[in-house]
Design a protein around this ligand. Structure first.
Ligand code: DGJ
Length: 803
């Protein structure tokens, strides 16, 4: 709901309020953003509220600049504002930097007007970028009707345009309220009404001033195989920022971040969260000012940005996303999860169960033929897996990573026939077929490069940098986009392909190619070009499940999720690392967006050993897949997988779309829970990082259940490999079993010990407030009935069901 009255605008969502007022006729003062407040109810007028909230100034602070002739005493450097001009005495970060043709700065953009309407921003389609609500809006040709809201499950949003300007330039601050998930989106629009060109050198989608500083900034940072680890920085004086200049949203700093008040936790307290619907370079910054305020900014990175607007042209920033929760980090995550599911991902996939897949990458890498693939599919099918994904190496002459990107034609020699015939074989095993592509890339050793060397991005100096032996295609060139759309459409239209993994394995460095897009505009134009291609491929193939990927999670963002409902979270599938990666990702993105696979042990990225059930338990907190050579597993492992897949299918809807919470981080144990919206069922994951000797008791706590219901709680039974006990097993074995010996291997192949079974009937209140005391953990002095064997890096799943 948005109300504009007497120069005050109030944006209300289910639990939050956002209030701004026009001050001195030209500035927009942010009066409040936080937990919902009454503004003109109960006999209190809006004026009373504004008077109470408005900053009081009688005198300017010393050594500062007076704001304006009308209200002389305001120090702009202290006022909480929605937009700030350069060279006006507000020395904090600026949301926009525009230079005129004569080199002067655009520095006096003042309030002009506000416009408010039902629905999303009316020029959303013209932005060339995805936007919230894209899949719920139909643009109308009927005169007078701009847009129809086609969703039957979510309330139509409302949009407010706050217009600022000078004689030549108009800037619009666009706000859209998504009431039911407590989200407000923001973007800025710049229109050049002057005769001369202007250059935009910096453009954030939003600026927000808050008036407390006792916050920490939580960011999600990392690298390849170590994406989105949570980092918390306590804010003192100065500016804290994260940025991506890689051409993608990047694995170094995700655009999602949070501001957590110092007293807040996962379950209580004030938390703001921010994200960006964008897949390119971005910058997020928080400035703690000496006047006890915080300025928050998120938007495009100014790195190599010189965007020229000729007379009459408009520039749109990407849409930023803000949310507030007074119920801690978990509620902030829940708001974001609901927003992603209801307003970002394609509607047809938002709540649709995702298939359990087998991917051949870590099973074969490039070394495969038809026989191997079909054998893998047969095994997968016997275990209940539903989708077979053929990864890298099926096209051109690609037997390693030095060639063929761009030649999206099947290598019949390698596949022993056509793609159609392979797909038929896979389908005959009862599996759907999916395929890997990397359409933004080109290998120098390729037919495409021979024909179009000018389609690859290079350095004008000739000294070009390669990543994984490959170059990036110039997606700013319409001919390149046409080629990719046509080639991939043909691939999808002529073959029975149910799933596509869209990879992108190197960041962008050089920004020059034959087509000649200006370097300062390149990064943004590249992303808009990518969206054009995705729109023409994904939107036209709504039944194909697209999974984003960029060397794992190098482009995990709301822009990609607008076309592809899930993303390969990381190339690192080690269970322990995934606790950090999926845990970090869970703050901003729901579990149905995270591809999570069970892979081999020792793990290919960390060489760590973890049990087959532990690997599953962690992967079950996302969209489950398997990525290992199923044909080489032991009988015990195959049985374990068959059981896992059936459990996952039984609880799939809950696991993929339930309400995700981070319950506890207790010493070495982390507990997550996914709860059904009706509170009748939940699945809980308990993960032990390091075994602590002689500390054997653990409690299982739950959240978000009905306190007055009875629940049955039971663990998902798992098997314990005899290898876990090394030569301790000889204390009970009638024959001597040598550690790592042949006998141990034979027994381990055929047999595993039964893990504990636990079952409890409890009240929701008991489970939530007292917790269940679980069976004793193995403490080194003997193995009793029902002992929980939980060494380093082990996990358990608990099923909680109302009875
Ligand atoms: C990087 C991806 O993240 C992997 O899963 C795999 O698809 C390889 N690329 C293939 O080259």
């Amino acid at each position: 709901m948005i109300a504009v009255k007497n120069n005050v605008y109030t944006i209300s969502t289910k639990s939050t309020s956002y209030v701004c007022a026009i001050r001195a006729g030209k500035y927009i003062e942010n009066l409040y953003y936080g937990r919902k407040i009454g503004t003109d109810e109960f006999g209190i007028t809006q004026e009373d509220t504004v008077t109470a909230l408005k900053e009081k100034y009688n005198n300017c602070y010393g050594n500062t600049i007076e704001a304006t002739a009308d209200e002389k005493n305001i120090t702009l450097n202290s006022l909480k504002m929605e937009f700030s001009n350069p060279a006006t005495g507000d020395y904090r970060m600026l949301p926009l930097l525009i230079r005129r043709a004569d080199g002067s700065l655009v520095d006096r953009l003042y309030y002009v007007d506000t416009v408010c309407y039902d629905g999303v921003y009316e020029e959303s389609e013209a932005t060339r970028m995805p936007y919230a609500g894209r899949h719920e809006v139909r643009w109308s040709n009927t005169p007078g009707v701009k847009q129809e809201w086609i969703s039957d499950v979510t309330k139509r949003p409302m949009t407010l345009e706050v217009i600022l300007g000078d004689d030549d330039i108009v800037v619009k601050l666009i706000y859209t309220a998504f009431e039911e998930c407590d989200v407000i989106t923001r973007r800025m629009v710049v229109i050049n009404n002057g005769k001369d060109s202007i250059v935009i050198q910096q453009a954030a989608g939003m600026m927000l001033d808050l008036d407390r500083t006792d916050y920490s900034m939580i960011t999600f940072d990392g690298l390849w195989t170590r994406e989105r680890h949570k980092n918390e920085k306590f804010l003192v004086s100065g500016t804290y920022s994260i940025e991506s200049t890689m051409g993608t949203s990047g694995n170094i700093h995700n655009p999602f971040f949070m501001l957590k008040s110092n007293e807040a936790s996962e379950h209580f307290g004030d938390v703001y969260s921010f994200n960006l619907i964008y897949s390119g370079n971005h910058k997020e910054a928080v400035e703690v000012s000496e006047y006890g305020k915080i300025r928050v900014m998120t938007g495009m990175s100014p790195y190599n940005m010189e965007y020229k607007l000729t007379s009459g042209q408009t520039f749109y920033t990407p849409e930023a996303v803000m949310s507030f929760s007074h119920e801690g980090l978990n509620k902030a995550s829940y708001n974001n999860h609901q927003f992603v599911l209801e307003h970002i991902v394609p509607r047809q996939w938002a709540h649709k169960n995702r298939p359990v897949l087998i991917n051949n990458w870590e099973a074969t890498y490039f070394d495969f033929n038809k026989h191997k693939l079909v054998k893998l599919a047969k095994e997968a099918s016997a275990l209940g897996i539903e989708l077979f994904v053929l990864d890298d190496g099926w096209f051109g002459k690609r037997d390693d990573d030095t060639s063929s990107l761009g030649d999206w034609f099947v290598n019949e020699r390698k596949l022993g026939g056509s793609l159609k015939s392979l797909i038929k074989n896979i389908n005959n095993e009862g599996l759907q077929f999916g395929i890997w592509v990397e359409p933004e890339m080109i290998s120098v050793k390729s037919k495409l490069y021979e024909k179009h060397p000018d389609w690859a991005l290079k350095s004008k100096s000739g000294d070009t940098y390669y990543g994984r032996n490959q170059l990036v295609l110039d997606y700013t060139n319409p001919a390149v986009r046409e080629y990719i759309v046509n080639t991939l459409s043909e691939l999808l239209d002529e073959n029975n392909i149910a799933y596509v993994k869209w990879d992108m394995n190197r960041p962008i460095t050089d920004t020059w190619a034959g087509y000649g897009t200006e370097s300062g505009e390149f990064f943004h134009e590249y992303v808009c070009g990518l969206y054009d291609v995705l729109h023409r491929l994904c939107d036209t193939h709504p039944n194909v499940l697209f999974e984003g990927c960029s060397a794992g999670g190098n482009r995990f963002d709301l822009g990609i999720l607008s076309y592809m409902p899930q993303i390969w979270t990381s190339d690192d599938s080690d269970a322990r690392e995934r606790m950090y990666i999926q845990g970090g990702t869970s703050y901003g993105y729901p579990q149905s967006t995270m591809g999570a696979h069970v892979s081999a042990a020792p793990n290919h990225q960390t060489q760590r050993l973890s049990g087959i059930d532990t690997r599953f338990d962690v992967a079950s907190m996302g969209v489950l897949g398997y990525e290992l050579d199923l044909t080489r597993l032991t009988k015990v492992e195959k049985e374990a997988i068959r059981h896992q897949v059936s459990i996952y299918k039984q609880y799939r809807e809950l696991l993929q779309f339930g309400h995700f919470s981070r319950v506890r981080e207790d010493r070495q144990v982390t507990t997550w829970q996914i709860t059904a919206e009706d509170k009748l069922a939940a699945v809980s994951l308990m993960y032990r990082f390091d075994a602590e000797p002689s500390l054997s008791y653990e409690r299982l706590y739950a959240v978000g259940l009905d306190e007055n219901r009875r629940y049955r709680v039971r663990n998902v039974a798992s098997k314990v490999s005899i290898k876990t006990f090394g030569n301790l097993i000889n204390m009970v074995s009638p024959v001597k079993i040598k550690e790592e010996g042949v006998l141990q291997a034979i027994i381990d192949n055929m047999y595993a010990m039964n893990g504990e079974t636990e079952e409890y009937i409890v009240h929701g209140s008991t489970l939530m407030y007292a917790g269940i005391s679980l069976n004793q953990r193995f403490v080194g002095t003997g193995l009793g009935d029902g002992t929980r064997v939980m060494p380093d890096n082990s996990a358990r799943l608990y099923i909680i069901e109302a009875i």
